[in-house]
Design a protein around this ligand. Structure first.
Ligand SMILES: C[S@@+](CC[C@H](N)C(=O)[O-])C[C@H]1O[C@@H](n2cnc3c(N)ncnc32)[C@H](O)[C@@H]1O
Length: 375
Protein backbone atom coordinates (compact mmCIF):
# COMPACT_ATOMS: atom_id res chain seq x y z
CA UNK A 1 0.00 0.00 0.00
CA UNK A 2 1.42 3.37 -0.96
CA UNK A 3 1.37 5.96 1.78
CA UNK A 4 2.77 9.46 1.96
CA UNK A 5 2.54 11.98 4.79
CA UNK A 6 2.31 14.68 2.10
CA UNK A 7 -1.09 13.52 0.93
CA UNK A 8 -2.71 13.90 4.35
CA UNK A 9 -5.27 16.65 4.81
CA UNK A 10 -6.83 18.24 7.89
CA UNK A 11 -10.27 18.39 6.24
CA UNK A 12 -12.96 18.75 7.61
CA UNK A 13 -10.97 20.68 10.21
CA UNK A 14 -9.91 24.23 9.41
CA UNK A 15 -7.27 24.27 6.67
CA UNK A 16 -4.80 27.09 6.10
CA UNK A 17 -1.28 27.45 4.69
CA UNK A 18 0.20 27.62 8.20
CA UNK A 19 -1.74 24.61 9.55
CA UNK A 20 -0.46 21.08 8.88
CA UNK A 21 -1.94 17.57 9.00
CA UNK A 22 1.28 15.98 10.27
CA UNK A 23 4.03 17.24 12.56
CA UNK A 24 7.43 16.19 13.88
CA UNK A 25 5.85 14.56 16.93
CA UNK A 26 3.79 12.19 14.77
CA UNK A 27 6.98 11.09 13.01
CA UNK A 28 8.97 10.80 16.25
CA UNK A 29 6.29 8.67 17.94
CA UNK A 30 6.34 6.33 14.92
CA UNK A 31 10.14 6.14 14.88
CA UNK A 32 10.52 5.54 18.62
CA UNK A 33 7.87 2.83 18.48
CA UNK A 34 9.12 1.28 15.21
CA UNK A 35 10.68 -1.83 16.76
CA UNK A 36 7.68 -2.52 18.98
CA UNK A 37 5.32 -2.00 16.04
CA UNK A 38 7.30 -4.33 13.83
CA UNK A 39 7.11 -7.05 16.50
CA UNK A 40 3.42 -6.70 17.27
CA UNK A 41 0.57 -8.99 16.24
CA UNK A 42 -2.86 -7.95 14.89
CA UNK A 43 -5.03 -6.33 17.56
CA UNK A 44 -2.15 -5.39 19.86
CA UNK A 45 -1.71 -1.75 18.78
CA UNK A 46 -3.82 1.18 19.97
CA UNK A 47 -3.60 4.80 18.79
CA UNK A 48 -5.07 7.63 20.86
CA UNK A 49 -5.35 11.30 19.93
CA UNK A 50 -4.04 10.94 16.37
CA UNK A 51 -4.65 14.44 15.01
CA UNK A 52 -5.54 13.66 11.38
CA UNK A 53 -4.60 10.00 11.02
CA UNK A 54 -0.86 10.28 10.33
CA UNK A 55 0.12 7.88 13.12
CA UNK A 56 -2.54 5.25 12.47
CA UNK A 57 -2.09 5.24 8.71
CA UNK A 58 1.71 5.25 8.75
CA UNK A 59 1.73 2.42 11.31
CA UNK A 60 -0.65 0.42 9.12
CA UNK A 61 1.24 1.10 5.88
CA UNK A 62 4.82 0.77 7.15
CA UNK A 63 4.37 -2.25 9.40
CA UNK A 64 1.44 -3.93 7.65
CA UNK A 65 -0.52 -3.76 10.90
CA UNK A 66 -4.16 -4.80 11.08
CA UNK A 67 -6.85 -4.45 13.76
CA UNK A 68 -5.41 -1.19 15.04
CA UNK A 69 -7.79 0.28 17.61
CA UNK A 70 -8.13 4.08 17.48
CA UNK A 71 -9.73 6.76 19.62
CA UNK A 72 -9.85 10.40 18.53
CA UNK A 73 -11.86 12.78 20.70
CA UNK A 74 -12.94 15.46 18.17
CA UNK A 75 -15.25 14.28 15.41
CA UNK A 76 -13.23 16.38 12.94
CA UNK A 77 -10.11 14.30 13.70
CA UNK A 78 -12.04 11.05 13.39
CA UNK A 79 -13.38 12.18 10.02
CA UNK A 80 -9.99 13.37 8.83
CA UNK A 81 -8.62 9.90 9.58
CA UNK A 82 -11.46 8.34 7.58
CA UNK A 83 -10.95 10.77 4.69
CA UNK A 84 -7.20 10.18 4.65
CA UNK A 85 -7.41 6.39 5.00
CA UNK A 86 -8.04 5.31 1.40
CA UNK A 87 -7.05 1.65 0.98
CA UNK A 88 -5.90 1.54 4.60
CA UNK A 89 -9.43 1.93 5.96
CA UNK A 90 -9.80 -1.81 6.79
CA UNK A 91 -6.67 -1.68 8.96
CA UNK A 92 -8.24 0.15 11.89
CA UNK A 93 -11.40 0.43 14.00
CA UNK A 94 -12.52 3.56 15.83
CA UNK A 95 -13.67 2.91 19.41
CA UNK A 96 -14.80 4.92 22.43
CA UNK A 97 -12.35 5.77 25.21
CA UNK A 98 -13.08 2.77 27.40
CA UNK A 99 -11.92 -0.77 28.18
CA UNK A 100 -12.89 -1.99 24.68
CA UNK A 101 -10.24 0.30 23.22
CA UNK A 102 -7.43 -0.94 25.44
CA UNK A 103 -8.03 -4.47 26.61
CA UNK A 104 -4.92 -6.56 26.02
CA UNK A 105 -3.05 -3.79 24.14
CA UNK A 106 0.73 -4.16 24.02
CA UNK A 107 1.69 -0.98 22.16
CA UNK A 108 -0.10 2.34 22.66
CA UNK A 109 0.78 5.40 20.57
CA UNK A 110 -0.48 8.62 22.13
CA UNK A 111 -0.47 12.23 20.99
CA UNK A 112 -0.28 13.84 24.43
CA UNK A 113 -3.45 15.83 25.15
CA UNK A 114 -3.14 19.42 26.34
CA UNK A 115 -5.16 18.79 29.48
CA UNK A 116 -3.60 16.92 32.40
CA UNK A 117 -7.03 15.65 33.41
CA UNK A 118 -7.48 14.12 29.97
CA UNK A 119 -4.04 12.52 30.24
CA UNK A 120 -4.92 11.21 33.71
CA UNK A 121 -8.07 9.57 32.38
CA UNK A 122 -6.25 8.04 29.39
CA UNK A 123 -3.25 6.82 31.43
CA UNK A 124 -5.54 5.27 34.03
CA UNK A 125 -7.50 3.42 31.36
CA UNK A 126 -4.34 2.08 29.75
CA UNK A 127 -2.91 0.96 33.09
CA UNK A 128 -6.15 -0.77 34.05
CA UNK A 129 -6.88 -2.52 30.76
CA UNK A 130 -3.76 -3.03 28.64
CA UNK A 131 -1.42 -6.03 28.79
CA UNK A 132 0.92 -5.87 31.85
CA UNK A 133 3.86 -5.55 29.43
CA UNK A 134 2.29 -2.68 27.50
CA UNK A 135 4.56 0.04 26.22
CA UNK A 136 3.16 3.53 25.81
CA UNK A 137 4.83 5.98 23.42
CA UNK A 138 3.46 9.39 24.37
CA UNK A 139 4.67 12.32 22.32
CA UNK A 140 4.07 15.90 21.40
CA UNK A 141 5.68 19.14 20.34
CA UNK A 142 7.90 20.37 23.17
CA UNK A 143 6.12 23.73 23.44
CA UNK A 144 2.97 21.82 24.43
CA UNK A 145 4.63 19.46 26.91
CA UNK A 146 5.00 20.04 30.64
CA UNK A 147 6.62 18.24 33.56
CA UNK A 148 3.12 17.80 34.94
CA UNK A 149 2.62 15.21 32.20
CA UNK A 150 5.51 13.09 33.53
CA UNK A 151 3.96 13.31 37.00
CA UNK A 152 0.55 12.23 35.76
CA UNK A 153 2.06 9.30 33.84
CA UNK A 154 4.13 8.46 36.93
CA UNK A 155 0.93 7.98 38.92
CA UNK A 156 -0.14 5.20 36.56
CA UNK A 157 3.15 3.63 35.45
CA UNK A 158 6.36 2.65 37.24
CA UNK A 159 8.72 3.76 34.43
CA UNK A 160 8.54 7.04 32.48
CA UNK A 161 11.57 7.76 30.30
CA UNK A 162 11.98 10.91 28.20
CA UNK A 163 13.65 10.36 24.82
CA UNK A 164 15.87 12.79 22.95
CA UNK A 165 14.23 15.81 21.35
CA UNK A 166 14.05 15.94 17.56
CA UNK A 167 12.74 18.84 15.49
CA UNK A 168 11.16 20.34 18.63
CA UNK A 169 9.27 17.12 19.41
CA UNK A 170 9.75 14.65 22.24
CA UNK A 171 8.42 11.20 23.15
CA UNK A 172 8.03 9.68 26.61
CA UNK A 173 8.34 5.90 26.71
CA UNK A 174 6.25 4.50 29.50
CA UNK A 175 5.86 1.01 30.98
CA UNK A 176 4.91 -0.88 34.13
CA UNK A 177 1.19 -0.21 34.57
CA UNK A 178 -0.01 0.37 38.14
CA UNK A 179 -3.56 -0.79 38.84
CA UNK A 180 -5.86 1.74 40.48
CA UNK A 181 -9.57 2.50 40.52
CA UNK A 182 -10.58 5.02 37.86
CA UNK A 183 -11.54 8.51 39.01
CA UNK A 184 -13.30 9.30 35.74
CA UNK A 185 -15.85 10.55 34.93
CA UNK A 186 -15.99 12.95 37.89
CA UNK A 187 -19.04 14.66 39.28
CA UNK A 188 -19.43 17.71 41.47
CA UNK A 189 -22.47 19.44 42.90
CA UNK A 190 -22.60 23.11 41.84
CA UNK A 191 -24.57 24.74 44.62
CA UNK A 192 -25.13 28.03 42.80
CA UNK A 193 -26.91 26.13 40.02
CA UNK A 194 -28.39 23.43 42.26
CA UNK A 195 -27.00 20.98 39.70
CA UNK A 196 -24.70 18.00 39.48
CA UNK A 197 -22.04 18.53 36.82
CA UNK A 198 -20.32 15.45 35.35
CA UNK A 199 -17.17 15.53 33.26
CA UNK A 200 -14.67 13.25 31.61
CA UNK A 201 -11.06 14.37 31.60
CA UNK A 202 -11.02 16.18 28.27
CA UNK A 203 -13.98 18.44 28.85
CA UNK A 204 -13.87 22.25 28.88
CA UNK A 205 -13.95 23.55 32.50
CA UNK A 206 -14.35 19.97 33.83
CA UNK A 207 -16.98 19.81 36.58
CA UNK A 208 -16.58 23.57 37.25
CA UNK A 209 -18.70 26.45 36.04
CA UNK A 210 -16.69 28.54 33.58
CA UNK A 211 -16.89 32.29 34.29
CA UNK A 212 -18.11 33.07 30.78
CA UNK A 213 -20.79 30.41 31.09
CA UNK A 214 -21.78 31.80 34.51
CA UNK A 215 -22.26 35.24 32.93
CA UNK A 216 -24.36 33.76 30.14
CA UNK A 217 -26.51 31.78 32.58
CA UNK A 218 -27.15 34.93 34.66
CA UNK A 219 -29.25 36.37 31.80
CA UNK A 220 -30.45 33.22 30.04
CA UNK A 221 -33.95 33.30 31.55
CA UNK A 222 -34.62 36.32 29.29
CA UNK A 223 -33.88 34.33 26.12
CA UNK A 224 -36.96 33.69 23.91
CA UNK A 225 -39.29 32.79 26.79
CA UNK A 226 -41.76 31.16 24.38
CA UNK A 227 -39.15 28.76 22.92
CA UNK A 228 -40.28 25.16 22.48
CA UNK A 229 -36.97 23.77 21.17
CA UNK A 230 -33.48 24.82 22.21
CA UNK A 231 -29.96 23.71 21.34
CA UNK A 232 -26.89 23.88 23.57
CA UNK A 233 -24.29 24.13 20.81
CA UNK A 234 -20.84 22.97 21.95
CA UNK A 235 -22.28 21.58 25.16
CA UNK A 236 -19.09 20.50 27.00
CA UNK A 237 -20.23 19.10 30.35
CA UNK A 238 -23.82 19.90 29.38
CA UNK A 239 -24.31 22.60 32.03
CA UNK A 240 -26.28 24.94 29.77
CA UNK A 241 -28.54 22.16 28.48
CA UNK A 242 -29.25 20.99 32.04
CA UNK A 243 -30.04 24.52 33.26
CA UNK A 244 -32.38 25.11 30.32
CA UNK A 245 -34.20 21.79 30.77
CA UNK A 246 -34.52 22.22 34.51
CA UNK A 247 -35.75 25.81 34.44
CA UNK A 248 -38.18 25.40 31.50
CA UNK A 249 -40.24 22.23 31.88
CA UNK A 250 -41.90 22.60 28.44
CA UNK A 251 -38.67 22.96 26.50
CA UNK A 252 -37.15 20.17 24.38
CA UNK A 253 -33.38 20.51 24.68
CA UNK A 254 -30.69 19.18 22.37
CA UNK A 255 -27.05 19.22 23.44
CA UNK A 256 -24.41 18.77 20.74
CA UNK A 257 -20.65 18.70 20.73
CA UNK A 258 -18.01 17.30 18.44
CA UNK A 259 -15.98 15.96 21.36
CA UNK A 260 -16.64 12.37 22.42
CA UNK A 261 -15.75 13.27 26.01
CA UNK A 262 -18.17 16.20 25.97
CA UNK A 263 -21.00 14.07 24.61
CA UNK A 264 -20.46 11.42 27.30
CA UNK A 265 -20.32 14.17 29.94
CA UNK A 266 -23.44 15.99 28.72
CA UNK A 267 -25.33 12.70 28.87
CA UNK A 268 -24.04 11.99 32.36
CA UNK A 269 -24.93 15.49 33.58
CA UNK A 270 -28.49 15.20 32.25
CA UNK A 271 -28.90 11.77 33.89
CA UNK A 272 -27.40 12.87 37.21
CA UNK A 273 -30.06 15.61 37.46
CA UNK A 274 -33.00 13.44 36.46
CA UNK A 275 -33.17 15.16 33.06
CA UNK A 276 -32.27 12.15 30.94
CA UNK A 277 -35.61 12.24 29.12
CA UNK A 278 -35.50 16.01 28.60
CA UNK A 279 -32.03 16.45 27.10
CA UNK A 280 -31.06 14.64 23.90
CA UNK A 281 -27.33 14.53 23.24
CA UNK A 282 -25.65 14.03 19.87
CA UNK A 283 -22.06 14.12 18.69
CA UNK A 284 -22.05 16.40 15.70
CA UNK A 285 -19.78 18.71 13.75
CA UNK A 286 -21.48 22.01 14.46
CA UNK A 287 -25.16 21.43 13.70
CA UNK A 288 -24.63 19.32 10.59
CA UNK A 289 -27.21 16.70 11.54
CA UNK A 290 -29.93 19.26 12.34
CA UNK A 291 -32.58 20.35 9.81
CA UNK A 292 -32.98 23.95 8.62
CA UNK A 293 -35.29 26.30 10.53
CA UNK A 294 -35.98 23.77 13.27
CA UNK A 295 -34.99 25.48 16.53
CA UNK A 296 -36.30 28.46 18.49
CA UNK A 297 -33.18 29.08 20.55
CA UNK A 298 -29.48 28.24 20.19
CA UNK A 299 -27.10 28.94 23.07
CA UNK A 300 -23.37 29.11 22.40
CA UNK A 301 -20.16 29.68 24.33
CA UNK A 302 -17.90 29.26 21.30
CA UNK A 303 -14.47 27.66 21.25
CA UNK A 304 -11.76 29.96 19.97
CA UNK A 305 -8.75 27.69 19.76
CA UNK A 306 -7.81 25.35 16.96
CA UNK A 307 -5.12 23.38 18.69
CA UNK A 308 -2.73 26.10 19.71
CA UNK A 309 -3.74 28.48 16.94
CA UNK A 310 -6.30 31.11 17.83
CA UNK A 311 -8.77 30.95 15.04
CA UNK A 312 -12.09 32.73 14.98
CA UNK A 313 -12.98 30.83 11.80
CA UNK A 314 -14.28 28.05 14.01
CA UNK A 315 -16.71 30.35 15.82
CA UNK A 316 -17.89 31.83 12.53
CA UNK A 317 -18.75 28.35 11.23
CA UNK A 318 -20.87 27.74 14.33
CA UNK A 319 -22.66 31.10 13.89
CA UNK A 320 -23.51 30.13 10.31
CA UNK A 321 -24.79 26.75 11.48
CA UNK A 322 -27.00 28.40 14.10
CA UNK A 323 -28.36 30.79 11.44
CA UNK A 324 -29.40 27.88 9.26
CA UNK A 325 -30.94 25.78 12.03
CA UNK A 326 -32.87 28.60 13.72
CA UNK A 327 -36.38 29.28 12.49
CA UNK A 328 -36.76 32.86 11.26
CA UNK A 329 -37.17 35.04 14.36
CA UNK A 330 -35.44 32.42 16.55
CA UNK A 331 -32.45 33.61 18.54
CA UNK A 332 -28.79 32.75 18.96
CA UNK A 333 -27.49 33.69 22.41
CA UNK A 334 -23.72 33.92 22.50
CA UNK A 335 -21.20 34.72 25.22
CA UNK A 336 -17.65 35.68 24.27
CA UNK A 337 -14.56 37.40 25.47
CA UNK A 338 -15.35 41.02 24.57
CA UNK A 339 -12.01 41.56 22.81
CA UNK A 340 -13.04 38.98 20.20
CA UNK A 341 -15.62 41.46 18.93
CA UNK A 342 -17.96 38.91 17.38
CA UNK A 343 -20.89 41.29 17.02
CA UNK A 344 -20.20 42.21 13.39
CA UNK A 345 -19.89 38.57 12.35
CA UNK A 346 -23.06 37.66 14.25
CA UNK A 347 -24.98 40.42 12.52
CA UNK A 348 -23.69 39.37 9.12
CA UNK A 349 -24.10 35.61 9.54
CA UNK A 350 -27.25 35.41 11.68
CA UNK A 351 -29.11 38.71 11.82
CA UNK A 352 -29.82 41.79 13.92
CA UNK A 353 -27.69 41.47 17.05
CA UNK A 354 -28.23 43.28 20.35
CA UNK A 355 -26.08 43.37 23.44
CA UNK A 356 -27.75 41.74 26.42
CA UNK A 357 -25.02 42.16 29.02
CA UNK A 358 -21.38 43.13 29.32
CA UNK A 359 -18.93 42.97 32.23
CA UNK A 360 -15.19 43.63 32.42
CA UNK A 361 -14.41 40.50 30.41
CA UNK A 362 -17.42 39.10 28.59
CA UNK A 363 -20.25 40.15 26.32
CA UNK A 364 -23.55 38.33 25.87
CA UNK A 365 -25.45 39.01 22.65
CA UNK A 366 -28.74 37.87 21.15
CA UNK A 367 -28.98 37.57 17.36
CA UNK A 368 -32.35 37.22 15.61
CA UNK A 369 -32.32 34.78 12.70
CA UNK A 370 -33.46 36.27 9.38
CA UNK A 371 -35.89 34.73 6.89
CA UNK A 372 -34.18 31.96 4.86
CA UNK A 373 -34.63 33.85 1.58
CA UNK A 374 -32.79 36.91 2.83
CA UNK A 375 -29.81 34.90 4.16
C1 LIG B 1 -16.04 27.01 25.39
S1 LIG B 1 -16.60 25.34 25.38
C2 LIG B 1 -18.22 25.53 26.07
C3 LIG B 1 -18.74 24.31 26.77
C4 LIG B 1 -20.05 24.48 27.55
N1 LIG B 1 -21.12 24.95 26.69
C5 LIG B 1 -19.86 25.45 28.70
O1 LIG B 1 -20.28 26.59 28.57
O2 LIG B 1 -19.24 25.04 29.71
C6 LIG B 1 -16.86 25.07 23.66
C7 LIG B 1 -17.31 23.66 23.28
O3 LIG B 1 -17.48 23.62 21.86
C8 LIG B 1 -17.09 22.35 21.40
N2 LIG B 1 -16.80 22.45 19.96
C9 LIG B 1 -15.71 22.93 19.35
N3 LIG B 1 -15.81 22.88 18.02
C10 LIG B 1 -17.02 22.33 17.76
C11 LIG B 1 -17.71 21.99 16.57
N4 LIG B 1 -17.20 22.23 15.38
N5 LIG B 1 -18.94 21.43 16.67
C12 LIG B 1 -19.47 21.18 17.88
N6 LIG B 1 -18.86 21.48 19.05
C13 LIG B 1 -17.65 22.04 18.99
C14 LIG B 1 -15.90 21.99 22.25
O4 LIG B 1 -15.69 20.59 22.25
C15 LIG B 1 -16.33 22.56 23.62
O5 LIG B 1 -16.96 21.57 24.39
Amino acid sequence: VTFSFDSLRRFPDVEAPNLFAVDASDRLILDEAAEALAASAPGEVVVIGDHYGAITLAAAATHGLRDIRVHIDPLSGERALANNAGELAPAFTVLPLDASLLSGARVVLLQLPRSLDELDEIAGLIAANAHPEVRLYAGGMIKHLSLGMNEVLGRHFSAVRAGLARQKARVLTVSGPIQAASEWPRREFQRELDLWVCANGGVFAGTKLDIGTRFLLSVLDQATPDAVTAIDLGSGSGIVAAVLAKSRPGLAVLATDQSAAAVASSEATALANGLGDRVRVVRDAGLESQPDASADLVVLNPPFHVGAVVHTGLAHRLFADAARVLRPGGELWTVYNSHLGYRGALKELVGETRQIAKNTKFTVTASIAREQSSR
